[in-house]
Design a protein around this ligand. Structure first.
Ligand code: AP5
Length: 216
């Protein structure tokens, strides 16, 4: 099974992808995570992407489709993929079709996380992750069980993304509205889009997505 999680910044794509990986043995391919790793490693892709990401703009279609192709090549065909943050433009949607067809894969579901944009700024500006294992937290919605200690790996270092400030978040949302939301009709025409209420409790969102994936 290959699925896309689609939604604006802070909709919960990364949160839900992590849970689906655990439940279904699928692999999450997050272009945001891959680009952040490239920035950290100062690779040529990372050097090109850094300033664009910090401004909230979109990295070029060629770069992101290139890294998705490489990531797919590193996976056994039988491993299902959760596309998180990709595709984000019409050109990327067409590239994904080609990348999947070349690898005998099909797209089964596009799950749209429907959210109230005003609430997303609070979600994003309150977000932080464990510096060791990457487990995600939130100042209000998901605090570590023991203060200052990661629930998963018991690490004590946490970090925040440089693009998680209000100004950049507003730019990222505008990019979503202008370039990403318009790709939905491509998938609606194929009858593979399901909408889930992304404002519900995280566990309820997970259950709703699982109900869709378990249908067939
Ligand atoms: P990317 O990393 O993809 O960021 P994004 O799309 O802006 O999404 P986020 O990671 O911010 O949010 P999310 O939906 O995963 O939410 P999360 O689960 O963390 O991209 C970053 C940048 O990289 C882009 O701006 C661009 O420059 C570049 N880029 C990446 N892909 C690209 C592409 N394909 N093309 C071009 N450029 C690209 O949740 C957020 C918070 O809310 C968390 O704290 C979480 O705990 C909390 N939360 C989640 N669900 C709920 C809930 N139901 N109730 C309450 N709180 C919740």
């Amino acid at each position: 099974m290959n699925i896309i999680l689609l939604g604006p910044p802070g909709a919960g794509k990364g949160t839900q992808a992590g849970r689906l990986m655990d439940a279904y043995g699928m692999k999450q391919l997050s272009t945001g995570d891959m680009l952040r790793a490239a920035v950290k490693a100062q690779t040529p892709v990372g050097l090109q992407a850094k300033a664009v990401m910090e401004s909230g703009g979109l990295v070029s279609d060629e770069i992101v489709s290139g890294i998705i192709g490489e990531a797919l090549d590193a996976l056994p065909t039988a491993t299902g993929v959760i596309f998180d943050g990709y595709p984000r433009t019409e050109a990327q949607a067409h590239s994904l079709d080609a990348l999947l067809a070349e690898r005998d894969r099909e797209l089964d579901h596009v799950i749209e996380l429907a959210v109230d944009e005003d609430a997303l700024v609070e979600r994003i500006t309150g977000r932080f992750t464990c510096a060791s294992c990457g487990e995600g937290y939130h100042d209000s919605f998901k605090k570590p069980l023991a203060e200052g200690e990661c629930d998963k790996c018991h690490g004590h270092e946490f970090k925040r993304r440089p693009d998680d400030n209000e100004e950049t978040v507003r730019t990222r949302m505008a990019e979503y509205r202008a370039k990403t939301a318009p790709i939905l009709p491509i998938y609606e025409a194929r009858g593979i889009v399901s909408r889930v209420d992304g404002m519900a409790d995280m566990n309820v969102v997970t259950q709703s997505i699982k109900a869709i994936l378990d249908e067939k």
